[in-house]
Design a protein around this ligand. Structure first.
Ligand SMILES: [Fe+2]
Ligand SMILES: [Fe+2]
Length: 333
């Protein structure tokens, strides 16, 4: 076996050895279905006799959402709607794979439970946006179609260590993004959307806790490989899962969407730096002892990383020029 093969093999053993731990924690990390919210809880009841009034009231309240806010909301919704890609990705991580499709293994239970909870996010935001009548749903759907066809490669190499570092980061990023959209919605007088974003952000927060806990355990069991993986993932950088979105018109769509998110403070370079520092503190990287030379170097790199990103973030400016978005009938934002 080459060194790389050995390290992959031992990672697989570590992950397999964690099954009991995951099984013991799964009930606190996933919500029972009968206690879970569903998209229908936040949408006008189309079966009610007064559905027209309910719908009119619903639409009246979304009238003050700005084009900027609509663009970030659509981008977040499209990201959530590419869930088939993420489930496929999660299921490829070595040791996590659901070998039958309905396996009882704790990892398979986690990945299906996680997917089922996430599935509500795109579902709810999609229906919300459709009912507002404020966006070009066909253009949005074309973007989702393309995104799922194009896929997404976060450079995690089917390695569960890299995978869980990625998801710890990513769940926190989506939590921040949904919370900030909620905050802007409230400012625009749309309490219902704030509530919706808050519920979704709550799920993301619980999922973040889960992935951080899995990774915490890996840090206990295999600290050297864990810290090397953390440093490796940070060097690769965390690519957002919707970076291959396309609306058949605009080759810069993802960049434009990210620029708007940055400009309105929904997800910024400062958030990126904050997430790094939060993970470094949470996994107690600074105080890991007994590391090899190469792992100690990774420790050093990680402990200074957030400061470096913060310094860059301070210098960034995203004023830019106004850009058109097909999602809102080519209006400029
Ligand atoms: Fe989500
Ligand atoms: Fe999530």
């Amino acid at each position: 076996m080459t060194n790389q093969e050995k390290s992959i093999h031992s990672r697989f053993e570590v992950i397999k050895g964690m099954e009991k731990f995951v099984g013991e924690n799964i009930d606190s990390l996933l919500k029972p279905v009968n206690e879970s919210w569903q998209p229908n809880d936040f949408l006008p009841d189309m079966t009610a006799n007064n559905w027209k009034d309910l719908l009119n009231d619903f639409r009246a309240r979304s009238i003050n959402l700005s084009d900027e806010l609509l663009v970030v909301l659509v981008g977040d919704m499209i990201t959530e709607e590419a869930l088939p890609t993420y489930q496929t990705w999660l299921n490829r991580l070595k040791g996590i794979t659901d070998t039958t499709g309905a396996s009882d293994s704790p990892w398979a239970q986690w990945s299906r439970g996680w997917t089922a909870e996430e599935n509500r996010h795109g579902d709810l935001l999609n229906k919300y946006l459709y009912l507002t009548g404020r966006v070009d749903m066909r253009a949005v759907e074309v973007t989702i179609h393309n995104l799922i066809r194009n896929g997404f490669d976060p450079k995690t190499e089917n390695d569960p260590y890299l995978g869980f570092i990625y998801t710890s980061f990513q769940e926190r990023a989506t939590k921040i993004s949904h919370s900030n959209v909620g905050r802007l919605a409230l400012k625009a007088g749309e309490e219902r959307l704030q509530k919706i974003c808050g519920m979704i952000a709550g799920d993301e927060a619980r999922h973040e806790r889960a992935y951080r806990l899995f990774m915490q355990k890996i840090f206990e069991l295999d600290p050297v490989q864990a810290i090397l993986s953390f440093a490796k993932m940070m060097k690769v950088k965390i690519t957002m899962p919707a970076n291959l979105m396309h609306d058949e018109k605009d080759n810069n769509l993802y960049i434009k969407f990210s620029n708007v998110a940055q400009r309105v403070g929904v997800y910024t370079a400062k958030d990126y730096a904050e997430i790094i520092s939060n993970l470094v503190k949470g996994w107690n990287i600074e105080n890991l002892k007994g590391l090899s030379d190469i792992a100690a170097k990774a420790q050093d790199y990680l402990c200074n990383l957030s400061e470096r990103y913060l310094a860059v973030a301070e210098r960034l400016s995203f004023a830019g020029t106004a850009e058109k978005f097909s999602w809102i009938y080519d209006r400029e934002v």
